[in-house]
Design a protein around this ligand. Sequence first.
Ligand SMILES: N[C@@H](CCC(=O)N[C@@H](CS)C(=O)NCC(=O)O)C(=O)O
Length: 220
Amino acid sequence: MIDLHYWPTPNGQKIVLFLEETSLPYRVVPVNVAKNEQQTDAFRKLSPNGKIPAIIDNAPNGGGGPISIFESGAILVYLAGKSGSFLPVRPDGRAVALQWLFWEVANLGPMSAQQVFFCRRASEAIPFAIERYTQETTRLFGLLDDRLAHSRFLAGDDYSIADMAAFPFVVIHESLNQNLDHFPHIQRWFDLIAARPATQRAYYQAKEINPKAPSLPTSR
Ligand SMILES: N[C@@H](CCC(=O)N[C@@H](CS)C(=O)NCC(=O)O)C(=O)O
């Protein structure tokens, strides 16, 4: 059994997208970031950076005691290894998937978070910060669109953990002031992933945990 300590934000949703695709048994331990539950001593033992998601694998492959992991990218790589799915085995495909996964965790995720913070949460409007993060997010959506113009999914023909990492930030594109009409290849990829039953379950569950969680768009 895997314990998933999360809240249905974009970084949390990445892990539910994975788990809902597989038969790995898991249970959710909600960590309400709106109530700062990610700052408790108990949670920081799992995730010293004080951010969700984190997991505990109570039954690691090969035996041994429980393993706890923080950082969404590390969790996705771990789960792909445990289940033998969604990360190509051949070195060339694997390298491409990891490249786009690392691109997401180092770029799309953090820039989107800053964009939301300065455009929607900050107590004072700081034009320089708003412009900087809006431009960066637009640039990253452009890069994603360009990649998807040449590849069905981020790592090639098959859905992988790289797609699971990027998808939740495209779900919130309106909050990021991005219009998918300008990114037709992202839109094609987005529709493919949004139609997956596992994706639908992941976003249904999100609403049950937090009714204000981002929604998938209704079918087009
Ligand atoms: N690099 C981390 C980022 C995680 C992250 O930013 N999580 C957010 C929710 S999406 C969070 O816990 N925010 C609460 C806080 O910053 O205090 C990862 O990929 O797991």
